[in-house]
Design a protein around this ligand. Structure first.
Ligand code: TYM
Length: 335
């Protein structure tokens, strides 16, 4: 079993990334290694380029995101932690796979449609090609499992299609089909201002997302002002149907506390948000506060963080080299 996943350094970690992906990564690090498997996590800095970001910001975010992952529990001694740029095989395999992926497949990608919006002609080619680089990220290591939020499932299905076509076209069994693992507890955390949109770094409203770097009182304030309805909490999960904002807050509570939503509702049945929101804020502060403080401490020594990425990249390059070479040879390239 080899678990591989990545995160873009386009801003600091938010609660959606944490509950949808990173929390799973930390849990898997223990489980997978207990069974002799391997875990690899990377900063998708090349994906970070697909939408404009100032160079200084990208650089700082890459170090900050690495410190955040370590603070959240990714142990560089047990997991391979690196950034894409230092493993050129990601870019190289991506080019090879560009010749396997079909334009029609990419045209169906909902993330591209959402991000490009009406201005498709003005979107970068990188944004369009994003899922092919993502396929390279996982196929390069023969990843068996890829823990991600629900929004990335379609991209991983594409990675499976690319792997299947490559294996067929070149009569090989080189690539393993990766299995997406979507968190059951928090597949899609929604914005605190509009439960019709996912919580996202690109949302312009500061109040819509809880960031890891938020101070305790800011976290509490954002939950206090989160959009809700005037009703009390129901006694069961079905009672949340049609109440998207309430459902989102209960999901966040349950995921943070490692409880089921039903269990949370059993405790809060009949109570209003005036009681629920402060409890939720306390829980979020208790979880995120220590990660934030540890991240800040780690950032005192940015060179040490850079060294973690460097050592991780060295290990990743060793694993990637033979797979890239086999892919090149399978295609008839002279290597
Ligand atoms: P990024 O940085 O946008 O998101 C990182 C992870 O967080 C999950 N996520 C969420 N989960 C639940 N609710 C939300 N509101 C929410 N927002 C984000 C994402 O699904 C993701 O798992 N394309 C990837 C980065 C990547 C990657 C890869 C992942 C590049 N190559 C290869 C896996 C394998 C992304 O969305 O990053």
């Amino acid at each position: 079993m080899r678990v591989v996943s990545g995160i873009k350094p386009t801003g600091n970690l938010h609660l959606g990334n944490y509950l949808g992906a990173v929390k799973q990564w930390v849990a898997m690090q223990d489980e997978v290694q207990a069974s002799g498997g391997e875990t690899m996590f990377f900063i998708a800095d090349l994906h970070g380029l697909t939408e404009w970001i100032a160079p200084a910001e990208l650089r700082a975010n890459t170090i900050e995101m690495t410190a955040t992952l370590v603070a959240a529990g990714i142990d560089p001694a047990r997991s391979i932690l690196f950034n894409q740029t230092r493993v050129p095989a990601h870019s190289e395999l991506s080019w090879l796979l560009n010749n396997v992926a079909r334009v029609g497949w990419l045209n169906r990608m909902t993330q591209f449609k959402d991000k490009a919006g009406k201005n498709r002609e003005g979107a970068s080619v990188g944004l369009y090609d994003y899922p092919v680089l993502m396929a390279a990220d996982v196929l390069l290591y023969n990843a068996t499992h890829v823990p991600v939020g629900e929004d990335q499932k379609q991209h991983l299905e594409l990675a499976r299609d690319i792997a299947t076509k490559f294996n067929t076209d070149y009569a090989t069994e080189l690539f393993t089909l990766p299995e997406p693992l979507v968190s059951r507890a928090a597949p899609r955390i929604m914005s605190l201002r509009d439960a019709g949109a996912k919580m996202s770094k690109s949302n312009p409203s500061e109040m819509s997302l809880i960031k890891l770097i938020d101070a305790d009182d800011v976290i509490a304030d954002k939950f206090r002002k989160a959009k809700t309805d005037p009703d009390v909490l129901p006694g069961n999960v079905e009672g949340l149907d049609g109440r998207a904002e309430a459902k989102n807050l209960v999901t966040i509570f349950a995921a943070l506390a490692d409880r089921t939503p039903a269990d949370v509702l059993a405790e809060y049945e009949g109570k209003g948000f005036g009681a629920f929101k402060p409890a939720l804020a306390d829980l979020a502060v208790a979880t995120l506060g220590p990660i934030r403080d540890e991240m800040t401490r780690l950032l005192d020594d940015a060179a040490a963080i850079d060294a973690i990425l460097d050592r991780g990249a060295e290990k990743a390059r060793d694993l990637a080299a033979p797979v890239l070479r086999q892919a090149q040879e399978a295609m008839g390239l002279v290597v």
